[in-house]
Structure formats: C-alpha cells, structure tokens
Design a protein around this ligand. Structure first.
Ligand code: NAP
Length: 435
C-alpha cells in the first residue's frame, strides 16, 4: 500500500487524488489535509460567487472524496499542527497543493493607507474566507480603482458593479452583499500598465462586463491598436480585444442614463497612493510599450480613489522547512519534485496561471513523478500513523462527513434563491457539525 498525503483540498489537491486512484487503484491510501474545516480551496474562496457553474466542478471532487481510499482531514494546519517533516515520516509521498493564497505585493509608496486592499483580501471578503471576513472595505466613496488587467480584476469590478438582482443565485456572503448594496461608488477605473493587446482577461469573462445593468464599459478608441494588428494575436486574446473594440464603439449617449462608470485606463502604471490615513488618489505614470514591456514616459497624473484593489497576481505561502523560491513566489521545485518524497502541484508548483482544468494534467504529472520515484509500495504507516499522532496531540480533525453537515447547515440558512449562506467563522463551522 502506498500512503500519500496531499496538503490542500482545492482543485490541484483533488485532481492529484484522482490521478493517484487511477494509477494505483485500491493499492493507495490518500489523506487530503486542509487548514480549514471546509474543502475545495479556490473553488469556495477564489471563484467568483456569481460564477456558480464553475463551482459545479466540486461534484467531481466529491466523487473522489467519497471513495474508500480517500479521506478529507480538515481543520489541520500543516506547518503548525503537524510539520511537513513529520508528514514525510508518516507518508510515502507528501504533495503540497496549497495554491497561491497571498497577494503579490504592489510595493508602492502609500500602500499602507486605509481602504487599499490586495485581491486576496478583497475576494476573500466577498467569498467569506474566515481570514478576511472582517475586512470591512469602505464603499462610501465615489471612485474605485482596480489595478491589473487579469480575470481577478474583472471579478472585482463586476462584484463592485452588480445590483442585488444580478446577485440572484450567487453565494456571495450576506455581509458583503449588504455592504455592496450600500455602495455609493459611481466610477470604477481598471488600470493597466500595458495596452489592449497585453490584457490577461479571457473573452468569456471580459464579455460579461458588457452585460451589466448599471454600467457600459468605456474604452478610449484611441488606445486601440490598428485593427489589422489583431491578426497576429493568439485567438483567445484576439477575442478579448474584439470585446474591447465593441466597448469602444458604445455611444456615449447610451451611458448617459447609467449610474455607474466602468472605464479602462490603458498604458497607465500606478506609481503611488496618496491620502491621509485613508487613500484619496492614485498617482499614475503614462507608459508606452517597448519590446512588450511598459516603460514610463515621465507624464504623471492623478485619479481620485476612495477604494483601491490591487489585482496583480498571487503567491504561495511558504511552509517551514520547505525550500521556497522567493522570486517566483512558489516552492522551489523541478517539474513538481521538491525532493524525492516531497512534491508540489498546481499554483504551488507553477504559480497562479491557467484555468481550473489546467490543474488536472498537473495532478497526473505529479503522480507520474511519484510512481517513478517509488516503483514499489512503501513501508510508512500512513493513515493509522497520522491518527495516532492526532490523538496524541488532541487535534480536532474535521472529516468529509462533518463537512457535509456544515454544507447542509449552510444550505438551510441560504437566502431565497441562493445555494448557501457560508459560515465565515471557523467556530461557527465547527458548531454546525454538532447540531
Ligand atoms: P493575471 O492574469 O496574471 O493578471 C495580473 C494583471 O496584473 C496583469 O494585467 C498584470 O500586468 C498586472 N500587474 C502585475 N503586476 C503589476 C504591477 N506591479 N503594476 C500594475 N499592474 C500589474 O492574474 P490574476 O488576474 O490574479 O489571475 C490569476 C489566474 O487566475 C489567471 O490564470 C486567471 O485567468 C485565473 N482566473 C480565472 C478566472 C475565470 O476564469 N473566471 C477568474 C479569476 C482568475 P502585466 O501583464 O503588465 O504584468
């Protein structure tokens, strides 16, 4: 029997478990650890609450979770409750599937000012991550600036723009919905340091911005390259640029009656945040593109900003004792191998890119590596060994069955039409198990 510990119960974790089952059938035992009592990581806390169809992928993970040789070990902080070294002593292979939950720092003068958030915090707030539930962004100003032109910037913009009706069927948490519905924001500026041809936004997600009830996105036609130049773009980006062109063609008269402005500011690199205590403006330098890079032109201007959300990418959280590549913001690894017996997968391996499905081949790849490193079944104690340790340390494990009770309780307390009302406090999650 091979004993595998997977740390992290998001997409990369479950795809890795699925791959291990395919590889070794009944001859493998898999424990999936999570620091929280609830599974699914990015699907629960990262994917936007109004993208329920994407969240449907958890049905597949649940199938894996319910099979005999896989178990969920929730509420266990690896690196704190149990070290990676200890897990390595108990399991033949330890796979870190911990994602990239921290913001890449924006590192600007004034980034400590109030009402300046990274997307990890802001997204965590509206998705009910226990660490960020108490964020309390102040939406009583007029202008929000969203930094970055990736899909997270789109998520944040859309969430700030939607009406209560547009959240129907979503699982946005109650505290965020209440705050958003009291928002007085009239203008959202999406700031990109490069141009329309360099956006990271995918077509489907960008297209959604064209269907908001309170706003029609504004793109300055002068920022768009010649139409002929689109031909050299990779098809996905070309479609996204086509959306930008259609936004640029929306007549101003159409916007006149809409209460919210959403505008793209290209060739605009943030240089500093200005304010006293709380942010009031952002200083921006006009850029031009040289060899694909944004280069400052020396022309500066300010945009009033009562809220700033920086959506510039994520990094993995280091774990004590595990080699970490600080520059890349992920575990130091070669194709997923950190050391024989210790691996990483998904965003913790390759950084925050790609779609949820990209993690599936990643999971299969790491299991192939483990199979190469360990052609014979190992001799570690695995699950019984961990259970003995957990009993000795009085660790309060949350099982998959416990999670299903939490899920039932969340479904029972959902507002009308919503799939669930998430608990945002770990204590409340644990209490729901006992009810
Ligand atoms: P991303 O796609 O890497 O986009 C990051 C953006 O931030 C880029 O526009 C980048 O510009 C900009 N940026 C980086 N550093 C900056 C700086 N110092 N100053 C100004 N701008 C800066 O990252 P993401 O939006 O966080 O998304 C992460 C991953 O999750 C992506 O693979 C994304 O597709 C995925 N995702 C998917 C969905 C969905 O499918 N619905 C939703 C959310 C996220 P440069 O290009 O100039 O560096």
């Amino acid at each position: 029997m091979r004993h595998i510990a997977i740390v992290g119960s998001g997409p990369a974790g479950y795809y890795t478990a699925e791959a291990a089952q395919k590889q070794w059938g009944d001859d493998v035992s898999i424990d999936i650890f999570d620091m929280l009592p609830v599974p699914y990581g990015l699907i629960r806390f990262g994917v936007a609450p109004d993208h329920q169809s994407i969240k449907g992928v958890t049905r597949r993970y649940e199938q894996t979770a319910l099979s005999n040789n896989v178990r969920f070990v929730g509420n266990i902080k690896v690196g704190q409750d149990v070290s990676v070294a200890k897990l390595q002593g108990l399991y033949d292979a330890v796979v870190l599937a911990t994602g990239a939950p921290r913001d890449r720092p924006i590192d600007l003068p004034g980034d400590h000012l109030g009402n300046v958030f990274g997307s990890a915090g802001f997204v965590g707030w509206y998705n009910g991550h226990p660490e960020f539930a108490a964020l309390e962004p102040d939406l009583s100003g007029k202008t929000a600036v969203v930094i970055g032109m990736g899909n997270v910037a789109l998520d944040v913009t859309r969430i700030l723009a939607k009406t209560r009706d547009e959240f129907a069927g979503s699982d946005i948490v109650g505290h965020a919905l209440d705050t958003l519905m009291g928002s007085t924001i009239q203008r959202i500026v999406i700031l990109g340091r490069r141009g329309p041809h360099q956006i990271m936004m995918t077509p489907k997600e960008l297209g959604e911005l064209g269907h908001l009830s309170r706003a029609a996105p504004r793109v300055d036609p002068q920022d768009l390259p010649d139409l002929d130049d689109d031909a050299m773009l990779e098809p996905g980006i070309r479609k996204s640029v086509t959306h930008l062109r259609s936004f640029a063609a929306i007549p101003e008269s159409h916007r006149a009656d809409l209460p919210l402005e959403v505008e793209f500011d290209f060739f605009a690199a943030p240089r500093g945040l200005i304010g006293e205590g709380k942010v009031q403006a952002i200083s921006v330098e006009r850029t031009r593109i040289e060899a694909g890079r944004a280069v400052g032109t020396g022309e500066f201007y300010e945009i009033p900003a009562d809220l700033v959300v920086s959506c510039i990418g994520y990094q993995t959280s280091p774990i004590a004792g595990v080699p970490f590549d600080e520059r890349a913001g992920r575990f130091a690894n070669d194709q997923g191998r950190i050391l024989p017996g210790l691996y990483c997968v998904g965003w913790a391996r390759r950084g925050p890119s790609g779609t949820i499905g990209t993690n599936r081949p990643d999971g299969f790849g790491v299991i192939e590596l483990i199979a190469q490193d360990m052609p014979q079944a190992g001799r570690k104690s695995g699950r019984p060994g961990f259970d003995a340790l957990a009993a000795e340390r009085k660790l309060d494990i949350v099982t998959f069955r416990d999670w299903k009770r939490i899920e039932e309780a969340e479904q029972a307390r959902a507002r009308d039409g919503a799939p669930r009302e998430k608990f945002v406090d770990v204590g409340d999650m644990i209490r729901a198990i006992g009810q």
